[in-house]
Design a protein. Structure first.
Length: 105
């Protein structure tokens, strides 16, 4: 099943605390379509429904909070098949080393 919630992360050059933290949380919580907010020491991660919000509208809300953020590249979700191949590769490297198996002895 496809995940209908997108996540965007905004990085700040300053520490988010006190009044700034309250402003950021207030502005983002006023928006419809926000599924989750994760506030760290110097970042904000927002889970949102793309049908209701966009990264640009989230940036505008952060601007209203009087705090500057830069958007970080979105993390790509790894599918089931890609995870399985990655795990097999790791296991093969543990048992066979980086060179792989040799057909000749």
């Amino acid at each position: 099943m496809k995940n209908f919630v997108n996540t965007v992360r905004f990085q700040s050059g300053k520490t988010i605390s006190g009044e700034h933290e309250n402003n950021v949380l207030r502005e983002l919580s006023l928006l419809k379509g926000i599924d989750g907010l994760h506030l760290g020491k110097d970042f904000v991660e927002v889970d949102y429904f793309p049908q209701l919000q966009s990264p640009d509208s989230l940036k505008q809300a952060l601007g209203r909070a009087s705090f500057e953020f830069t958007e970080l590249p979105a993390r790509q979700e790894r599918g089931l098949f890609k995870n399985m191949i990655s795990n097999l590769t790791k296991e093969n490297r543990k048992t066979d080393g980086r060179k792989g198996r040799s057909c000749c002895g």
